[in-house]
Design a protein around this ligand. Structure first.
Ligand SMILES: Nc1ncnc2c1ncn2[C@@H]1O[C@H](COP(=O)(O)OP(=O)(O)OP(=O)(O)O)[C@@H](O)[C@H]1O
Length: 287
């Protein structure tokens, strides 16, 4: 398997720049979280990677070759999106056949098992499904399709908590059995924190974070205690947010701490989670 490289992508609609010189690499067999606020450009980016949309400039490459109009390379990339691309009369089972025809080697055993997991009838017409059921039917295709890069745009839209849990479990299971790359674009950050290995954050039309989850979270500290002591301790560190309660100050840091510096007794250091890190990095903090 080869890397997928996004190189200097720019997407403009008239005078609005939606993606501004985006570059990153997707490694084979890794689970990525693509995060960004509403309108950040996530869907646009995934549509360009899967050749559903053309960039204004820049390109997407696999093994150094442009995927644009290259059928062999495009057959390595699958996009599950909100848009319903199936004809009105199509049954769930027929969407499996379509994926098999386009990508080959569709995993019918997995798909049939997942129909039971998600309590769906394979003979049901896609247009007659509820929002959550339609999402589930698309998830089945995305997990059973034979593609090296599976891009999931809002894959949990309308799914109830039980089915979301089932999706996460099945994703991990199929990933362990047959490692390939998944990109999960979602707003349910708390729920995917356990799944993703690498995080891409799109903000203000640019990638502002491209990092392993563990290395990101290792830099996410809260430092709290008496204001003066906290101020002294965080001097020179990247502070994303500050909260004050009486004389007790809590700062949210995104930085490496200096191991050599003594920590005053009254100062407490803890970690915080991906969801809060995302919020503070993308406007909820003190830019
Ligand atoms: N065809 C279009 N013409 C003009 N502007 C567009 C078009 N498609 C998308 N945009 C704009 O591009 C920006 C990015 O949209 P996009 O759908 O990629 O965001 P997103 O990150 O997926 O958002 P969300 O989380 O809300 O789904 C938005 O400001 C949107 O209004």
């Amino acid at each position: 398997m080869n890397q997928l490289t996004v190189k200097n992508l720019v997407k403009k609609y008239r005078h609005t720049t939606v993606l501004d010189d985006i570059s990153f690499t997707l490694e084979p067999a890794k689970i990525y979280g693509l995060l960004g606020r509403n309108g950040a450009g996530k869907t646009t980016l995934l549509n360009i990677i899967s050749n559903r949309l053309f960039p204004t400039s820049g390109d997407v490459q696999i093994a150094g070759e442009d995927v644009n109009n290259n059928d062999a390379l495009l057959s390595k990339i699958f996009l599950m999106s909100e848009v319903n691309l199936y004809p009105r009369e199509m049954k769930i089972n027929q969407t499996f056949d379509l994926a098999d025809a386009a990508y080959g080697d569709f995993d019918y055993d997995l798909a049939n098992r997942l129909l039971k997991t998600f309590e769906l009838d394979g003979d049901a017409k896609v247009t007659n499904l509820s929002t959550g059921q339609r999402t589930a039917s698309k998830i089945i295709v995305a997990l059973a399709v034979n593609a090296e890069y599976v891009l999931l745009d809002e894959p949990i839209l309308g799914l109830d908590a039980n089915h979301r849990e089932a999706f996460y479990q099945e994703l991990v299971k199929t990933y362990q059995e047959k490692p390939r790359t998944f990109v999960l674009s979602t707003h349910l950050i708390e729920e995917i924190q356990q799944l993703v290995e690498h995080v891409l954050i799109l903000d203000q039309h640019k990638i502002i974070v491209d990092d392993g989850l563990d290395s990101m979270l290792a830099k996410a500290y809260t430092i709290s205690g008496p204001t003066k002591l906290v101020d002294d301790y965080v001097a020179g560190l990247k502070v994303l947010k500050t909260e004050l309660m009486g004389n007790i100050k809590t700062t949210y840091i995104f930085d490496d701490l200096d191991d050599q510096r003594p920590i005053p007794d009254q100062v407490k250091i803890n970690h915080y989670d991906l969801q809060h890190l995302f919020i503070y990095l993308t406007d909820g903090g003190e830019k």
